[in-house]
Design a binder for this molecule. Structure first.
Ligand SMILES: [Zn+2]
Length: 234
């Protein structure tokens, strides 16, 4: 196991947040990001624009909900905590209100297998969680349900969540979910597109695993508690 380097991890988180801005998936201060570490997890602070954020602004939280440092954690810390606790196959949670994913989410539409890349989140659909007030246990529960056997979901009338083993993995998946959402919204302007059959999507999922494509290999370890807990800074 690689020794945990707190400063290196904080710097990589700041860099990932800036890449969220550059890629266009973040709206204002709506996004938030967390990563598992030996003391619990690090999470972005509330109401601090990413271009002003420094490594010391990240908040160290414990799984009991307490935190250290001068800044308060993101108002969405609860679903970060609950997903990290229930999903030992991932170490990073990324949340944002990216435009096209949220466009589908305001209509409570899931992303179907209209394009084979829907499988990048691990299944034949990317589900949309039912609506619940931000920051509540209800939202946390809805998100965990929608993320079952998946690495991403939409949040009804809210945004999206993408998971990963690494910061770059979670960011890449969030951008992919946004791209798929944009394609689907545009495809819908010509009518509801045809859906790839279940057996074809299963072949795609298997092919992605074989090729270590995108995030799909992560699913091999779903609910695998034997895997080392701590994310190596990558
Ligand atoms: Zn949000």
């Amino acid at each position: 196991m690689i020794a945990y380097d707190d400063l290196a991890t904080r710097r990589e988180m700041v860099a990932t947040c800036r890449r969220m801005n550059e890629s266009g998936i973040n709206q204002g201060t709506a996004g938030n990001l967390s990563i598992r570490n030996p003391a619990g997890f690090l999470i972005t602070p509330t109401s601090l624009p990413y271009d002003q954020m420094q490594p010391e602004d990240l908040v160290q939280m414990s799984f009991d909900g307490t935190y250290e440092g001068a800044r308060r954690p993101s108002s969405e810390w609860r679903f970060h905590r609950d997903i990290l606790e229930s999903r030992r196959d991932v170490d990073v949670i990324l949340h944002c209100h990216s435009l096209y994913a949220t466009t589908l989410a305001v209509h409570h539409k899931e992303i179907p297998s209209f394009h084979y890349m829907t499988a990048v989140a691990g299944g034949t659909t990317i589900r949309c969680a039912r609506y619940a007030t931000f920051g509540t246990q209800g939202l946390s529960d809805a998100a965990i349900e929608a993320l079952k056997d998946r690495l991403a979901c939409l949040l009804g009338q809210h945004g999206q969540i993408s998971l990963g083993r690494t910061l770059s993995g979670a960011l890449g998946l969030a951008i992919e979910v946004e791209t798929l959402s944009r394609m689907y919204v545009q495809a819908l302007t010509l009518g509801e597109p045809p859906i790839l059959p279940e057996d074809e999507m299963q072949r795609v999922i298997q092919q992605m695993k074989n090729m270590s494509y995108g995030q799909a290999p992560d699913l091999d370890g779903v609910n695998d508690v034997a895997r080392p807990k701590i994310a190596a800074a990558s």
